[in-house]
Ligand binder design. Structure first.
Ligand code: ADP
Ligand code: MG
Length: 703
């Protein structure tokens, strides 16, 4: 990463100036700002408003709408200081239109209570929500008015900034204002060469910054509120450019390393293919071809294989592994859960041991002597393919000659874990090739930006003979009917999944709801063989139950979302997902992918608890309408935003200040073209762009 010292002198006198030059910034304030990654004037210029508050108008209480921020002018009519669960201050106010509204405070000072004498006039701003007595606003911002005060309304939008811990919003706003007063002239501030943005109808960076921080009254306020104002797009463009450049740079750095070329004749691949009970699909062949081309090069591969659930990624990974084994090298395959890792182990042992390939197992529960033995085999090269969980990434695991690291469902791992495996190449002299697999389809827009450091292959075809799953949404009060249908299906020899979702996000946490459902279904379905898997069971118990289900010895499997990934039982043709309204689209799609793997028509019943929120209704409707993982992923992006979708919030990648990948997707082609041009013609400027937007964040994260 570029360091701050890489900034050229032209920018240094202004942008790089430490914040101590601002009035009111002593060591204590500077430390608070630094803790938020704000160390220079430039950092404050780029501390962009999260949103705006519109105080340009007053709203009558009777016209307030749930969830729509508004400003109200009213008189205090009653004050109630309660202590039910925690201290609460409730102030009822009424306006000219006779509407009443409750202002509720959970944190307040004694002097505040005194301020709200009955009859006091005030102006307040906030977001109304339904309360016990009609609408209420929790912690409004407010201003007490004198008897005859009638202050002018704002003439523009007020910016709301991301908070700095230990600092009030007014102080922060004042400091940003001071920093803006020191904005240098346009030509000094602009990093992109003159003329490069011509034709885009975007303002200069200087003008864009002033507009977003201090929207002029004549600005298009609706566009600003929506984030589509040209000033915002100018900033988003440069920010996206910085992110893209930083990923491209990481990739260039990676490609400078050596990796062992794996270009054998493919004897083991042929042997594996010969043994399989099926032929590869066209998509599998194409993707394996792409991997094979990468692996033949003396530079590390970094390829993401995305393929919908059931598209057959495992066998492609196994073929890639054979290319490494054939050259006398080692392969690691990591999966995020023990259940999934064990399933890979079973598959790979079944396929590879007949070819004389040694497959070793390393998970957290492998301990003591067994663990020492595996570690020894990994270190001396006897273990040719090592399958496991996070345990593979620990320091104690030293490979003899790791040439290929495969990570399944990588979004469940952090970027750092992926890197930990990468660093296990032969004595640090070479870097292993990396193959990353995911069944969470990544919308095209995201694949182009967040994954600019990866090559992407898509297995966009399912093996033949699969029939699309029919999905219905069913109100929980029709459960008895559903149970009758399950009894019937089981009598016909079909197998059924019943998935219980938990209130806790963490599926390893609590097994009781699944246990209770298991017991009640057992009672309601005499003659049906019911099994149970959940996260609290030992991996061996889970596996035993799954094996019994796969062998047809269990008809109905009650499970928590632990079965989400990887489980493969083609005869299962009905899935019930209980409380489906609680799950996100990606997870619902993953779960549903467990059925529809055989030739029988499969059904998925999304059992929901009324009443549905608008979001939940839309999710269930999407699931009903399509089986296409890409359509679902695009919808998910629209409903949730990209950070959550990729699980990148932990990695810091999706922490954009201005850009929004869904909203600003149309800028990406321009961003990519600019990035290529900069890297080719002005690499030093590329460094400065990265440094400006993410330099300090990176430094901060590394500290
Ligand atoms: P995923 O991509 O979800 O990881 P898997 O690799 O688990 O999918 O494959 C799902 C199932 O499809 C497995 O039983 C696998 O053996 C089978 N399979 C894979 N490729 C093919 C193919 N070309 N034809 C038929 N079945 C296949
Ligand atoms: Mg899989």
């Amino acid at each position: 990463m570029a360091r701050r010292s890489a900034v050229t002198p032209a920018l240094a006198p202004s942008g790089d100036t430490a914040l101590a030059v601002l009035a009111g910034v002593g060591p204590a304030v500077a430390a608070k700002l630094a803790a938020r990654g704000l160390a220079s004037l430039q950092d404050l210029w780029l501390h962009l408003p999260l949103r705006y508050e519109d105080r340009t108008a007053l709203t009558r209480i009777q016209d307030l709408r749930n969830g729509v921020p508004a400003q109200v002018e009213a008189r205090v009519v009653a004050v109630d200081r309660g202590m039910r669960f925690r201290p609460t201050l409730k102030v009822a106010v009424e306006d000219e239109g006779q509407g009443t509204l409750v202002l509720r405070f959970f944190h307040f000072r004694q002097q505040q209570v005194a301020q709200f004498a009955v009859g006091t006039r005030l102006r307040c701003f906030g977001t109304p929500k339904p309360g016990q007595l009609g609408l209420e606003i929790v912690h409004p911002s407010y201003e007490i008015l004198g008897r005859n005060d009638d202050p002018a309304l704002g003439d523009s939008l007020d910016p709301v900034y991301p908070t700095v811990e230990g600092m009030g919003p007014a102080t922060l706003r004042r400091l940003i204002g001071q920093a803006l007063d020191r904005l240098p002239e346009e030509s000094t501030l602009e990093l992109l060469p003159p003329g490069w943005l011509d034709g885009l109808a975007l303002p200069s960076l200087r003008s864009a910054l002033l507009t977003v921080h201090r929207p002029p009254p004549d600005a298009n306020l609706a566009a600003l509120a929506a984030g589509t104002h040209p000033a915002q797009r100018r900033l988003a463009l440069e920010e996206l450019l910085a992110h893209h450049l930083s990923l491209r740079r990481q990739r260039i750095a990676l490609q400078a390393h050596h990796a062992p070329p794996l270009a054998g004749p493919g004897r083991l691949c042929k042997a594996l293919l010969k043994q399989l009970p099926f032929a590869l699909t066209g998509a599998q062949k194409r993707v394996f071809g792409e991997i094979r081309d990468d692996l033949a090069k003396p530079r590390p591969m970094l390829r993401l294989v995305q393929g919908d659930v059931g598209s057959g990624k495992t066998v492609v990974a196994a073929l890639a592994a054979m290319l490494a084994v054939e050259q006398g090298k080692q392969v690691a395959l990591a999966a995020p859960t023990e259940l999934l890792a064990e399933q890979h182990l079973t598959n790979l042992r079944g396929w590879l041991e007949p070819l004389g390939v040694q497959v070793a197992w390393l998970a957290g529960k492998v301990t003591g002597k067994a663990r020492s033995k595996v570690l020894e085999q990994v270190a001396n090269g006897q273990a040719q393919v090592v399958v496991g969980t996070h345990a593979l990434m620990q320091d104690a695991v030293v490979f003899h000659d790791l040439a290929l690291a495969i990570v399944d469902e990588q979004h469940r791992f952090g970027v750092h874990q992926r890197l930990a495996l990468r660093d296990k190449g032969a004595g640090g002299r070479s870097v292993p090739h990396q193959l990353v697999m995911t069944a969470t389809p990544i919308p095209r827009t995201l694949a182009m930006s967040e994954y600019a450091d990866l090559d992407v292959s898509a297995i966009d075809e399912l093996p033949p003979g699969r029939t699309p799953v029919q999905t219905v949404a069913l109100n929980n009060d029709r459960r008895p009917e559903l149970i009758e249908r399950i009894a019937l299906a089981c009598r016909e020899g079909r197998q059924v999944y019943w998935v219980c979702t938990l209130i806790e996000e963490n599926d390893e946490l609590d097994a009781t709801p699944a246990q209770a459902t298991y017991e009640s279904l057992q009672a309601l379905l005499p003659g049906v063989r019911v099994g149970l898997v959940h996260g609290r069971l030992k991996a061996s118990e889970k596996l035993a139950t799954m094996v019994a289900f796969k062998a047809g010895q269990i008809d109905l499997l009650v499970a928590t979302t632990v079965i989400e990934v990887g489980v493969d039982v083609p005869n299962a043709s009905l899935m019930v997902i209980e409380n489906a309204e609680r799950l996100g689209l990606a997870q619902l799609h993953q779960l549903r992918g467990r059925v529809g793997r055989g030739s029988a028509v499969s059904r998925c019943v999304l059992l929901y608890q009324a009443r549905l929120s608008a979001m939940a209704r839309e999710r269930l409707e999407t699931m009903r309408q399509t089986n296409d993982g890409f359509v679902i992923a695009e919808k998910d992006l629209e409903l949730r935003g990209p950070g959550e979708l990729l699980g990148t919030r932990q990695t810091g990648l999706a922490g954009f200040r201005m850009a929004d990948l869904a909203r600003d997707a149309d800028l990406l082609p321009e961003v990519h073209a600019l990035a290529e041009r900069l890297l080719g013609e002005k690499p030093a400027v590329a460094d400065r762009v990265v440094d400006r937007w993410i330099g300090s964040a990176v430094k901060y994260a590394g500290a």
